[in-house]
Design a protein. Structure first.
Length: 197
């Protein structure tokens, strides 16, 4: 079940980002194509005013799901200079406290966001260009925050069981094997790298 959720999360982020990029690309082509005399008669009747609004909404949804993905994979920036100087037992307590604080915060945002969406769903408020119900737009807040809260709890549970946190390796490149020649010539290497640089 968790693998399905992981893949759904990744596909949602990719779909939202790809859609927003494609819509923006088409809108830019339309804008500049309308200025060309030969294309102007064909493009003048096409209204692309909604593209910017839809792109903004897609990126809002993507950011909410992307934040949850960041918790799951450990790519969020954390200031841990002082925490790393503590003993293992004390550090573990602070880590669990921080993760549970993140879960509490995102849980509160999810509940408040859900109440807000419920209230706005009982109005006739629509978006300016798309004329979509605004509750659909704001639904990103409780959905994304609920998923993020779940991810905080998932990471907390995993940390309590195993003592490890998700770690994102910024130097890893898909398609390059671990045994491949070291491509990092910007930083000094230690003796384990065969004395290179």
């Amino acid at each position: 079940m968790l693998k399905f959720l992981d893949h759904l999360e990744e596909w949602m982020i990719a779909l939202l980002m790809g859609s927003a990029t494609l819509i923006t690309f088409v809108a830019v082509l339309h804008r500049y194509g309308s200025g060309i005399d030969t294309l102007q008669p064909y493009l003048a009747h096409i209204n692309m005013a909604w593209a910017q609004e839809l792109t903004i909404y897609l990126f809002v949804w993507m950011a909410k799901f992307g934040a949850a993905y960041g918790v799951r994979t450990g790519i969020h920036v954390g200031v841990d200079v002082l925490i790393n100087r503590l003993s293992d037992k004390t550090r573990a307590k602070f880590i669990v406290f921080g993760l549970l604080a993140g879960a509490l915060f995102t849980g509160v945002i999810a509940v408040l966001g859900g109440n807000f969406v419920w209230e706005i769903a009982h109005t006739d408020q629509t978006s300016p260009d798309l004329e979509a119900p605004m509750w659909l737009v704001y639904l990103a807040i409780p959905c994304g925050s609920t998923l993020m809260c779940f991810r905080f709890l998932q990471v907390t549970w995993n940390f309590i069981k195993t003592g490890t946190l998700p770690k994102h390796d910024h130097g890893h490149v898909d398609g390059i094997e671990e045994g491949a020649e070291d491509l990092d010539n910007l930083h000094p290497h230690d003796l384990n790298h065969g004395g290179k640089h």
